[in-house]
Design a protein around this ligand. Sequence first.
Ligand SMILES: Nc1ncnc2c1ncn2[C@@H]1O[C@H](COP(=O)(O)OP(=O)(O)OP(=O)(O)O)[C@@H](O)[C@H]1O
Ligand SMILES: [Mg+2]
Length: 244
Amino acid sequence: MTRSILIASGKGGVGKSTVASRLGRILSAQGKKILLVDCDAGLSSLDVMLGLSEDVAFNWYDAYTGRCEIEEAVIHNENGPDLLPAPRMPLEEAAHDAVRQAVEALADDYDIVLIDAPAGLSAGLERAAAAAKKAIVVATADDISVRGAAALAELVRNRGVEQCRLLINRYDILAAKKGKLLTVDELIDRTCVRLLGIIPEDPAITYSTVTGAYSPKSKSAAAFRRIAFRIEGQNVPLKLKQLR
Ligand SMILES: Nc1ncnc2c1ncn2[C@@H]1O[C@H](COP(=O)(O)OP(=O)(O)OP(=O)(O)O)[C@@H](O)[C@H]1O
Ligand SMILES: [Mg+2]
């Protein structure tokens, strides 16, 4: 059965779209059929991260309002996950059902649908959450992000998302040891969400949005692979030392 997984955060800029695009690429390289759904109307980024900007013609709102068929909006990507783009402009109407309808219509063609939510507890998040059964809550290891993650997890659980997992991004284990960032235990305690994995701070990620290059040997690559295996149901240890 297709799994639809929301990737969301409370506060913005913590790495949701990075996580969605990286996991999408890895799972697709492992032979899975993956659809990425960009829900960030007006601030979309997955097309850039996947190098597909030139291919964007329609989006899920066009399909919802009858301007195209939903299949016409999907960008088929030979070298990675398929992409269902977001509208380039912010939406004036709530269109609560737009993403859910799109995912339901397309899900049978995919093993996993990854839904990249906009930041915040907004109508855009509600629209994205309506299409998901599971959620990955992304947070960085600071008080403000963690408070946002806890609020987000509570909201999506109340909306019927059955399983939430925490992904800690941009982690610096040495800074946490010196008390400059929250520790992994503190993060789990404060969010009350079970841990899915940890991605280290890695300049290669930031540079890759400009250069397009991202080495499978970069600092974060192995951490992303371990998380992809866990999404596939494998029991992969945390290996905190490898995050240095
Ligand atoms: N582990 C990391 N190490 C270094 N830089 C990172 C890491 N993860 C993400 N970034 C950088 O952080 C910035 C924000 O990432 P991204 O756009 O994925 O966040 P977002 O949560 O989707 O933002 P928004 O809330 O605006 O949708 C980008 O410049 C990205 O390259
Ligand atoms: Mg984003």
